[in-house]
Design a protein around this ligand. Structure first.
Ligand SMILES: Cc1cc2nc3c(=O)[nH]c(=O)nc-3n(C[C@H](O)[C@H](O)[C@H](O)COP(=O)(O)OP(=O)(O)OC[C@H]3O[C@@H](n4cnc5c(N)ncnc54)[C@H](O)[C@@H]3O)c2cc1C
Length: 339
C-alpha cells in the first residue's frame, strides 16, 4: 500500500517488536505515546499538521505522576532548572486575606512536579523523541481514518495518500477529527463557560522587583500565590529563580468555539475583573506587556476511546479535555470551604 511503513523505506530497529504505530499529533500526548511505544521496540511514525515544530503557549504544569515519566526519560536535569521552585502556594480571598498556605513538597510521592514554559518543556520532550530516532513528519494534516479488519490494519489519509500501520493513535487535541470516526457521530466541542487571560513576561524588564505591590514575586526566589473571588481565580507565580513571571486569571465567558488557540486579551477587561480586589492583583496583572484570552473548551464524556474495529484509539485532549481550572480539585475544594 502507498505510504505503508515498510513501503516508505524505514528499516525496523533490531529491537523491533514488529508492531507498527501511527500517531496523529505532536503535542505532549502524541510525543509521550510515541516515546513509550518506541521504548517498547514498536515502529512509530508521528504525523503533525503544523508545518514545523513550533514553540507555543506559556505556563504548563505536570504533576508528579507525569513528572515520574519525565524522570524515567532522563529529562529531570534539563527540566528542573527551568521550572518553578516555590515551596508553598499562598491562597488569599479577593480582599487579600490569607486563607491558607499550602506547602509544596518536592519530590512528592517519589517524583517532581514540573511547572514551566510549555514551549521549553515541549522542546525537551521533542528532542528526546528525536534522539530515539522517532520519525516525526510535519505538514501532515490527517484527513481521514480507515480500518481493514481482514488484514488487521488501520490507516490514515494525508494529502490523498494512505499510510498504514497496525494501530493508529489519534492524539489530535480537543478539536479532534478522529473523535467523529471513533464515535460514529459528531461530538462538537463546546464552551466550558470559562476563559483564562494569561501572560508570561520577564520580571526585570517589567519592573516587578521595584514595585512594593509586586516585589513579593521576586525578592525570595520563586513565589506562587493565588486570589479567589466569585467565579474568578487569579494565580501568579515567578519561575526560574524569580526572573520570569506568569499569571492566569480565570473568568466567566460565554463564547463561540472557534478554531484559534490564542485570542489577544484586552488588558482593560482584565483589570476590570479585579477592580475592587486586593491592589496587589491589579499591580501584578498590569505588569504584563500583553496577554492572551484562552477559551476553555470541553466536550461530553465519551462512551468509548476505541473504534469499533479496535485499531484506532483516542488519546489526550482528543479523549478527555483537561480544564486547567480542575487541576487541583481537592486543593480548590478545601479553599472554597474556607472562603
Ligand atoms: C498551540 C497550543 C498551545 C497550548 N498552550 C498551552 C499552555 O500554554 N498551557 C497549558 O496548560 N496548556 C496549553 N495547551 C494545551 C495542552 O498542551 C494540552 O491540553 C495537553 O498537553 C494535552 O495534549 P494533547 O497532545 O492531547 O493535545 P494538543 O497539545 O492539543 O496536541 C494536539 C496536536 O495534534 C495536532 N493535530 C490536530 N489535528 C491534526 C490532524 N488532523 N492531523 C495532524 N495533526 C493534528 C495539533 O496541531 C497539535 O499539535 C496548548 C495546546 C496547543 C495545541
Amino acid at each position: 500500500m502507498n505510504g505503508s511503513l515498510h513501503h516508505v523505506g524505514e528499516v525496523a530497529p533490531p529491537s523491533s517488536s514488529g508492531v507498527e504505530v501511527i500517531i496523529v499529533g505532536c503535542g505532549f500526548g502524541g510525543l509521550a505515546c510515541a516515546i513509550e511505544c518506541r521504548r517498547k521496540g514498536h515502529h512509530v511514525i508521528v504525523l503533525e499538521r503544523m508545518p514545523t515544530f513550533r514553540v507555543l503557549g506559556d505556563v504548563i504544569s505536570f504533576g508528579p505522576n507525569a513528572g515520574r515519566i519525565f524522570a524515567r526519560w532522563g529529562l529531570h536535569d534539563k527540566l528542573w532548572p527551568i521550572c518553578r521552585h516555590a515551596d508553598k502556594l499562598v491562597i488569599h480571598n479577593y480582599m487579600g486575606e490569607v486563607v491558607r498556605e499550602q506547602p509544596i513538597q518536592f519530590p512528592l510521592y517519589g517524583a517532581y512536579e514540573y511547572s514551566g514554559h510549555r514551549a521549553e518543556i515541549h522542546e525537551a520532550v521533542y528532542e528526546y523523541a528525536l534522539s530515539l530516532g522517532i520519525d516525526i513528519r510535519f505538514g501532515h494534516n490527517v484527513e481521514s481514518y480507515q480500518e481493514d479488519p481482514s488484514r488487521g490494519k488501520a490507516s490514515v489519509t494525508v494529502n490523498g495518500k494512505t499510510i498504514e500501520a497496525d494501530i493508529v493513535v489519534a492524539a489530535d487535541g480537543v478539536k479532534s477529527r478522529a473523535r467523529q470516526y471513533v464515535l460514529g457521530y459528531n461530538d462538537q466541542p463546546k464552551s466550558s463557560g470559562y476563559s483564562v487571560y494569561r501572560a508570561w513576561f520577564d520580571a526585570k524588564e517589567q519592573g516587578v522587583g521595584s514595585d512594593p505591590n509586586t516585589d513579593f514575586l521576586t525578592k525570595d526566589g520563586d513565589a506562587y500565590q493565588c486570589w479567589i473571588g466569585r467565579d474568578v481565580h487569579f494565580i501568579c507565580s515567578s519561575l526560574q529563580g524569580g526572573n520570569t513571571v506568569s499569571w492566569v486569571i480565570t473568568h466567566r465567558d460565554d463564547f463561540e468555539v472557534t478554531d484559534s488557540w490564542s485570542f489577544p486579551g484586552n488588558m482593560e477587561d482584565v483589570l476590570n475583573i479585579v477592580d475592587d480586589w486586593d491592589p496587589r492583583c491589579a499591580a501584578v496583572l498590569s505588569k504584563a506587556p500583553s496577554c492572551i484570552d484562552w477559551k476553555l473548551i470541553t466536550h461530553d464524556p465519551l462512551p468509548t476511546w476505541v473504534s469499533s474495529q479496535g485499531r484506532v484509539v483516542l488519546l489526550g485532549d482528543a479523549a478527555h479535555p483537561f480544564l486547567p481550572t480542575s487541576r487541583h480539585p481537592r486543593r480548590l475544594k478545601t479553599v472554597l470551604r474556607l472562603l
